[in-house]
Design a protein around this ligand. Sequence first.
Ligand SMILES: Cc1cc2nc3c(=O)[nH]c(=O)nc-3n(C[C@H](O)[C@H](O)[C@H](O)COP(=O)(O)OP(=O)(O)OC[C@H]3O[C@@H](n4cnc5c(N)ncnc54)[C@H](O)[C@@H]3O)c2cc1C
Length: 186
Amino acid sequence: MLIEATSTPPGMGSMVLPGYGAELLNWLNRAPQIATFGAMVADRGAGSVLSVRGQTLVRYNITRADIGKLVVAVEAMGRLLFAAGAVEVLTGLPGAMTVASMPALRDALQRSNPRGLHLAAFHPTGTAAAGADEQLCPVDTTGRLRGVDGVWVADASILPSCPEVNPQVSIMALAQAVADEVVVAR
Ligand SMILES: Cc1cc2nc3c(=O)[nH]c(=O)nc-3n(C[C@H](O)[C@H](O)[C@H](O)COP(=O)(O)OP(=O)(O)OC[C@H]3O[C@@H](n4cnc5c(N)ncnc54)[C@H](O)[C@@H]3O)c2cc1C
């Protein structure tokens, strides 16, 4: 688990605030008093993207172990916020949107359905992993898509797995390395 303080401009951070319309605007008006943490989990769940009757269907199955980590992380973030002087903590849990103490947060976590956890995927990686193993890696070690001439992959999809930290610098470094390979190949 990695806990990060994620202070974004209010418009961008509004997705973690509850409600719509007037309720959301009310929270946004209080943005200067809001501090935000996010917890990252290197998840082990799997999903799929299917085309069903012309519609794209995205499915994701979170594992029990990952849910356990997220619950621990939410409690830890609550502890950090209360220790920093928070008078109220937004939980992201549908059953108890805000709590005013650690016992109340623990109670809310115990009562909550893990399916109601507020999840987002900011760092999808590895969907076309690069590597030497032809069976596991659709992309070779230089960035070429196996089996297709002239196609190179130079984005987050070639990371071999979840890096467990913010990935952007690694993605840029890999993209640059693939670009060098393209130049050499020309
Ligand atoms: C809210 C948020 C915050 C983040 N914060 C951090 C952070 O603090 N640190 C960090 O390391 N990472 C962070 N990330 C993750 C990071 O941004 C991504 O991992 C990274 O940008 C992925 O790089 P990429 O080149 O694979 O894809 P992208 O950066 O998504 O680039 C894909 C590009 O392809 C373009 N595109 C899509 N379809 C087409 C098409 N059909 N034709 C032409 N162009 C197309 C898109 O417009 C886009 O410019 C964050 C992500 C999000 C969503």
